[in-house]
Design a binder for this molecule. Structure first.
Ligand code: GLC
Length: 576
C-alpha cells in the first residue's frame, strides 16, 4: 500500500482511555474515542502491545502473542475496535515484539522445564571457567545482559492473582528449575529473554504470529527493536573500551531474516504497511531495511535526532539540545535515505521519549508556537509522519516531584544507578525527570477534570497540567489540534508532500532549519525558526510572491522580498 500520503497515529493503550475505572486504559476506552481518532484524518493507528504479559515492561514482555491481556480487553473488543476504526477508513498497526519474549512465555517455561527444543529458542550459554559471564554485553535497562537460567527471575514479584489478571498462570516451575550453570541473554529486562533467530523454528513461529494477526484484518505492523534479531551466533564480547551495542546491532543476518519474515507473512499482503524500530542504526542499513528492492519493510524509525540532548551520547544526562547536530541529522537522513531509495518514519514523540515540546520547544513562553513549529518541520518532510497521542494538543512532560511517581522499570533502575554512582539524589531526580519514558506515558488529557477524563478511578500515572492542556479546550478554540488536522490533510491534498524530493536549504543558519521539496513542477520551501527570538532568512528569489501553504502565525504573508522575517518559533511554508 502506498504510504507516502499517510499519517499514522500512535496510541499507548494503557494511557488513552479507561472504560472500567481500573486506572489503566483499555480497548473499550479506545473504541469510545474512535470518532476523535477519525476526526484527526489519520490513516492508521499503531497500538503499543496489548497482548498477554506480566507488564514488567508494560506489554513489551509478551507471554502470549495471540491473546489480548484481560486487563485491557478481549479478542471481541479487539475485533470491534478494528471494525470501528475500519468504518472510518482507519487501519490498525500492531506492535510485534519479536526480539524477545517474557520469561513467562510458554517457550521459556518449557525450556526451564528441561525441553531441549525450547532451550534452543533462546540464547543459553555456560559461564566461563572462572564463573565469568558468557560475554560483556550490558542490558539496555541497566546491569549486565545475562541472568542465571533458573526460575528465580521468571516471576519477578508476580502473584498468582496478578498473573490471572494479566491472562496467564504463574508457572509452577520451582526455584530449582533450569540449569544454574547456564545463563540466558536479555538485552532488556531480566524477564525479557532474547530469542535465538538463528533457529529456523523461531523464525517460523514468528511468521505464524504475524500471519495470525493478518488473518484478523490487520495490515500494519511495527517491529520492535528489529535490528537486534541478527546477533552473531558466537555472541562475541565487545573489545575493551568499545560500545557493546556494535556487537549485536544491525548484524548481517537482519536483512535475510526480515526478508524471510516478509515472504512468509506480511509480504503476501498488498495492503501491508510495516515499520521497523532500529536502535543505534545507520543510513546505509536503513536503506536496506526499507528500500522496496530489498523486500523487507516499508520504512524505518531511527533515533539519532533524538539524541542531540545527550551528553557524550549518554541518555541519563542533562544538556540543552545541539541545534546544529539536529539539523545535520535531519538533513543527512533526509538526503541519504532518498539517495538510496529508503523511507523514513518521521517523528518527534513516542512512548519511549520525553515530550518533544519540553526538549526542543518552549512550553512556558511559546507552547503553541513551538508545538506547531515542530509539527510543521516533521510533517512536510519526505517520509511518513507519526503523531503520538497527546502531541496534537500540545501535551508536555508531567510535573512530578518525587521518584515514587515514576513507574517505568528503566527510570527506576536509572535513578538507583545514578545515585549508586555518586550523583546526589536531587540531580538524579532532575535527570530522570527530564529523560524518563513515563514523561510521554501519562494519561491522554481529554478534559480539565482531576483525572483528565481518562478514568473514573485513580490513574496509573498522574496527569499534571490538564486544567489548560486538554482535548475539550483544544476543540473549543485551541490552535494546536486544528493545525495538526490541517497538516495531515495537506499531505493528502498536495502530492508534493508525499512524493517530492527533499533538499536542505541554508543549513548554516543559526536558528532556522529549512528545506525545499520539489515535485512535478512545484516547489515548496519550508522555514522553521527553532528559537524564541525573531530572525531573518534569505529565500531564493523565485519564492518571492509565492503562496503561503501553511504557517503557525495566522497573519503570515507571502514574502515581498528575499529577506524574510520569522517570528518566535515561526514556521512558514511557501509554495511556487
Ligand atoms: C522498544 C520499545 C520499548 C521497549 C523495548 C523492549 O524500544 O519501544 O518500549 O521497552 O523495545 O521491548
Amino acid at each position: 500500500m502506498s504510504f507516502q500520503d499517510k499519517t499514522i497515529y500512535q496510541i499507548y493503550p494503557r494511557s488513552f482511555r479507561d472504560s472500567t475505572g481500573s486506572g489503566v486504559g483499555d480497548l473499550r476506552g479506545i473504541i469510545e474515542k474512535v470518532p476523535y481518532i477519525a476526526s484527526l484524518g489519520v490513516d492508521m493507528v499503531w497500538f503499543n502491545p496489548f497482548f498477554v504479559s506480566p507488564q514488567r515492561d508494560n506489554g513489551y514482555d509478551i507471554a502470549d502473542y495471540r491473546a489480548i491481556n484481560p486487563s485491557l480487553g478481549t479478542m471481541e473488543d479487539f475485533e470491534e475496535l478494528v471494525a470501528a476504526l475500519g468504518s472510518h477508513g482507519v487501519g490498525v498497526m500492531l506492535d510485534m515484539v519479536l526480539n524477545h519474549t517474557s520469561t513467562q512465555h510458554e517457550w521459556f517455561q518449557r525450556a526451564l522445564a528441561g525441553e531441549k527444543e525450547y532451550q534452543d529458542f533462546y540464547y543459553l550459554r555456560p559461564a566461563g571457567p572462572g564463573g565469568e559471564l558468557p560475554n560483556n554485553w550490558v542490558s539496555k535497562f541497566g546491569g549486565n545482559a545475562w541472568a542465571p537460567f533458573t526460575a528465580q527471575y521468571a516471576g519477578m514479584g508476580i502473584t498468582p492473582e496478578g498473573a490471572a489478571e494479566n491472562g496467564f498462570a504463574l508457572n509452577a516451575a520451582g526455584p530449582d528449575a533450569g540449569n544454574p550453570d547456564l545463563y540466558y541473554l536479555h538485552l532488556f529486562d531480566v524477564t525479557q529473554a532474547d530469542l535465538n533467530w538463528h533457529n529456523p523454528r523461531v523464525r517460523q513461529e514468528m511468521a505464524a504470529v504475524v500471519k495470525f494477526w493478518l488473518d484478523k484484518g490487520v495490515h500494519g505492523f511495527r517491529f520492535d527493536v528489529i535490528n537486534l534479531i541478527g546477533k552473531p551466533q558466537d555472541l562475541p564480547s565487545a573489545p575493551a573500551g568499545t560500545d557493546d551495542r556494535a556487537m549485536y546491532t544491525d548484524g548481517e543476518a537482519v536483512v535475510p531474516f526480515l526478508r524471510e519474515l516478509a515472504a512468509a507473512s506480511f509480504g503476501q499482503d498488498p495492503h501491508s504497511i510495516t515499520v521497523g524500530e532500529m536502535s543505534s542504526t545507520s543510513i546505509e542499513k536503513c536503506i536496506l531495511y526499507s528500500n522496496p528492492d530489498s523486500r523487507t519493510l516499508s520504512m524505518a524509525f531511527n533515533f539519532h535526532h533524538l539524541k542531540v540532548d545527550y551528553l557524550d551520547g549518554k541518555k541519563w544526562t542533562r544538556t540543552p539540545f545541539d541545534f546544529d547536530a539536529l539539523k545535520s541529522l535531519l538533513s543527512e537522513w533526509g538526503v541519504g535515505m532518498q539517495a538510496g531509495g529508503g523511507w523514513n518514519a518521521l517523528f518527534w514523540n513516542n512512548h519511549d521519549q520525553p515530550r518533544a515540546n519540553n526538549r526542543f520547544g518552549d512550553v512556558v513562553n511559546f507552547p503553541v508556537e513551538s508545538a506547531t513549529m515542530l509539527a510543521t518541520t516533521i510533517h512536510l518532510m519526505r517520509g511518513t509522519p507519526y503523531v503520538y497521542m497527546g502531541e496534537e494538543i500540545g501535551m508536555t512532560d508531567p510535573d512530578y516531584t518525587s521518584i515514587e511517581e515514576y513507574r517505568d522499570v528503566e527510570a527506576i533502575n536509572a535513578f538507583e544507578e545514578l545515585v549508586a554512582g555518586g550523583m546526589s539524589r536531587e540531580e538524579a531526580f532532575a535527570t530522570v525527570h527530564a529523560k524518563a519514558r513515563d514523561n510521554s506515558r501519562t494519561p491522554m488529557q481529554w478534559d480539565a477534570s482531576a483525572t483528565a477524563g481518562f478514568t473514573s478511578g485513580t490513574p496509573w500515572l498522574r496527569p499534571t497540567n490538564q486544567e489548560h492542556i486538554n482535548v475539550e479546550a483544544e476543540e473549543a478554540g485551541g490552535r494546536i489540534l486544528p493545525y495538526y488536522r490541517k497538516l495531515i490533510r495537506l499531505r493528502k491534498e498536495l502530492p508534493l508532500i508525499g512524493y517530492g524530493t527533499f533538499a536542505p536549504y541554508a543549513l548554516d543558519h543559526p536558528q532556522v532549519f529549512a528545506y525545499v521539496r520539489e515535485y512535478d513542477g512545484q516547489r515548496l520551501l519550508v522555514l522553521n525558526n527553532f528559537y524564541g527570538t525573531p530572525t531573518q532568512v534569505e529565500v531564493p528569489v523565485e519564492f518571492v510572491g509565492g503562496r503561503v501553504l501553511i504557517s503557525n502565525y495566522d497573519d503570515a504573508a507571502s514574502p515581498a522580498q528575499q529577506a524574510v522575517s520569522l517570528r518566535a518559533y515561526q514556521s512558514l511554508a511557501i509554495l511556487i
